[in-house]
Design a binder for this molecule. Sequence first.
Ligand code: SF4
Length: 180
Amino acid sequence: MGDPFVELRNCTRCALSETRQRVVIGSGPQHPRLMVVGEAPGKNEDEGGEPFIGRSGQLLFRLIEEETGLTRVDCFVTNVVKCRPPQNRTPNAKELSACRPWIDEQLRTVSPALILAVGNTAAQSLFQTKEAMGVLHGELRTIGGVKALATYHPAAALRQGNNVVEMMRHDLATLAQELS
Ligand code: SF4
């Protein structure tokens, strides 16, 4: 069987294709109980080829496991933007819009039971809103008919400490109730 992601792997729809090392597609089971969607690859992810493999990812999946019992291998993990923005800047509107068809296709084909949008950029893009994370987090909404919840990015927790961790735990506890 050929590579089903050959088109995505070679995507040049936006300028991030000129500076990335690789397209970080994401991975995990089909029809998982949870699909975790972040913002964009960072340096570690651009080098390693998988989303959330740095310190942020370790914290995120520790919290997910502690609050929901799900481990990384239970989840499909990806980002709304598949290539690393230079210096890890926030993806701009043009890049988000160029990459949107890829996440839409993944949401369709992966078909998760629940979606966790991680961080402001992922949440605003997936929910198509300008509302801030202070409003969005912890509230069950839907994306394409699938229940979805937003939480803070673990990078914010690493920068700002325990109060963000506690809010993430609270959001993930809501997710756990939906999963049970
Ligand atoms: S960020 Fe998305 S749209 Fe831009 S080149 Fe990468 S895969 Fe293509």
